[in-house]
Design a protein. Structure first.
Length: 512
């Protein structure tokens, strides 16, 4: 059997084990070389009566199977009203299988809506750290929401100080918009080093996730509240598009194997509720989540189904090549149809698109010609304007939250960007990175020169941090929380600016 066939069969076997974990094999006590809970705990994808709990057993995270001995292990779990677990509301057991990296996913049901709980995992040798989860409000409720969104945490380029501050915020939810890990190592300006250079196999990706989750600030932010997680490119390969990798010499078959490894490791390390797939390479993470009747989050995948970037990728003057070909898309036909049909029918006050790459165009060159990124929505103008036209059917109720670009932006979204007189229909808040790009600065040097070419851009900033949002029936307020440095510990946090959008009034105004 050759290597590719072996990996394909191993992926199929792992999926089968996920569905039927064979608990009869897991009645023994494991032999542990150290603390099996060093990667922490997490919760995610909450509903009014349920939430997913996560951990992964890994006493020696950089050894094969995290230092476990290759046999399944039964893990206990508990959910309680109090941190001391004197009022336990539910408990059970879950099997951690070696085929799935000894990860545990528990979909706890029967919880009360709109309340906080505490949870932990247990083994005879000891328990995990305690985490908090919150269920969402009951259907029809319009309780205000405080949440934050983050993205892009390059281990080597900076410390995760922003997560220390985020863990102390009073938020009920965190949305992570991708680039949770980075697949390659940096050549210079490293604050700390990756364990491996470039990750390719599922064991490689597991090791990379384990290194990131060894960061205490990231673990604290996960333990503080539930997360909604999606991926971008670096969870597999920089700027990949469907089955087209960054390196031209990689075949589609090789990219499918790499995507399967990256997607499996992503699932093994995230508190997500996603449907089973026939192959890890085709794992679907597109889903929606309601915060009562106040907001519906549409969690998008802009990598797996997109057409290849036009004109050789990167920033290019347009028009060029196949850039304006109407058959090219970023979401794929099925996901785009699901999104636009669902938004038209959704009764929620706010529609929130939780996605990866900037939707508003950003012309990086003054005057003519227009130069835009081929990897962002600006590289797929027909598909972008088609989606914006759908948002225009009910203007002033959609907010797009975005990551990827390692900088803060506040953008108007027009019903289309093919003409400058198109009306504003929605707002895009683009959040900076946690650490990618290093310390950064107040703004990119050239932004002032291209401001006349980007009239939809209200503000830009290049510090690291996160965006904290307060959402009510009437308005949405976004606070851009930034730290002055990530190259050394101890950075304070401040609010660099604050912005308000009113329901039914397309546009945004600065309030701080």
């Amino acid at each position: 059997m050759d290597r590719r066939t072996f990996l394909h069969d191993l992926s199929r076997y792992a999926l089968a084990c996920a569905a039927t974990p064979a608990p009869w094999r897991a009645t023994r006590r494991p032999r542990l070389a150290g603390d099996p809970f060093v990667l922490g705990v997490a919760s995610g994808d909450p509903t009014p009566d349920a939430c997913v709990l996560w951990t992964r057993l890994a006493p020696s995270p950089f050894e094969p199977l995290g230092g476990m001995d290759g046999l399944p292990v039964v893990l206990g779990w508990e959910v309680a009203h109090d941190e001391g677990f004197s009022r336990v509301v539910d408990r059970g057991r879950v099997t951690c299988a070696p085929e799935l990296g000894y990860s545990a996913h528990v979909d706890v049901r029967g919880l009360e809506p709109d309340r906080w709980y505490f949870y932990r995992f247990t083994l005879p040798e000891g328990g995990s750290p305690v985490g908090r989860l919150r269920t969402t409000p009951a259907p029809g409720a319009r309780r205000p929401l405080d949440f934050a969104f983050v993205s892009c945490q390059h281990w080597e380029q900076g410390l995760f100080t922003a997560f220390d501050h985020l863990a102390a915020e009073e938020v009920s939810l965190v949305a992570h918009l991708g680039d949770y890990i980075y697949e390659t190592a940096a050549y210079q300006d490293r604050v700390r080093a990756h364990h491996l250079f470039e990750v390719v196999t599922v064991e490689d990706y597991r090791s990379r996730y384990a290194q990131y989750k060894s960061d205490p600030a990231l673990r604290a932010a996960h333990a503080a509240c539930p997360w909604i997680v999606t991926w971008d490119d670096h969870e597999v390969d920089n700027n990949y598009a469907g089955l087209v990798g960054e390196n031209e010499f990689e075949s589609e078959e090789q990219m499918r194997l790499r995507r399967a490894a990256g997607y499996q490791a992503w699932w093994e390390h995230q508190p997500v509720r996603v449907p089973r797939a026939r192959s890890w390479a085709d794992l679907s993470i597109t889903r929606s989540l309601d915060w009562g009747a106040l907001a519906r989050f549409w969690v998008l995948d802009t990598r797996q189904y997109r057409s290849d970037q036009a004109c050789g990728d990167r920033t290019q003057p347009v028009p060029c090549g196949t850039w304006s070909d109407p058959s090219r898309g970023l979401l794929g036909e099925d996901q785009e149809r699901w999104l636009t049909t669902g938004m038209r029918a959704a009764p929620s006050t706010w529609q929130v698109l939780a996605q990866q790459v900037m939707m508003a165009p950003f012309d990086r060159a003054p005057g003519e010609p227009v130069s835009v990124s081929m990897d962002q929505w600006s590289g797929y103008p027909v598909a972008r304007d088609r989606l914006l036209a759908a948002l225009a059917e009910r203007p002033g109720r959609t907010v797009v939250i975005t990551g990827d670009i390692h900088a803060n932006f506040v953008n108007d979204l027009r019903s289309g960007f093919d003409r400058p007189d198109r009306p504003v229909v929605a707002t895009e808040f683009v959040g900076t990175s946690i650490s990618s790009g290093g310390d950064g600065g107040d703004a990119w040097d050239f932004v002032a020169r291209v401001a006349p070419d980007n009239p939809h851009l209200h503000w830009q900033n290049n510090r690291r941090g996160y965006v904290r949002c307060h959402v009510t029936e009437d308005a949405w307020v976004s606070d851009y929380r930034t730290v002055p440095f990530v190259s050394r510990p101890g950075a304070p946090v401040e609010t660099a600016s604050s912005w308000r959008s009113e329901l039914g009034r397309p546009g945004v105004e600065r309030i701080g």
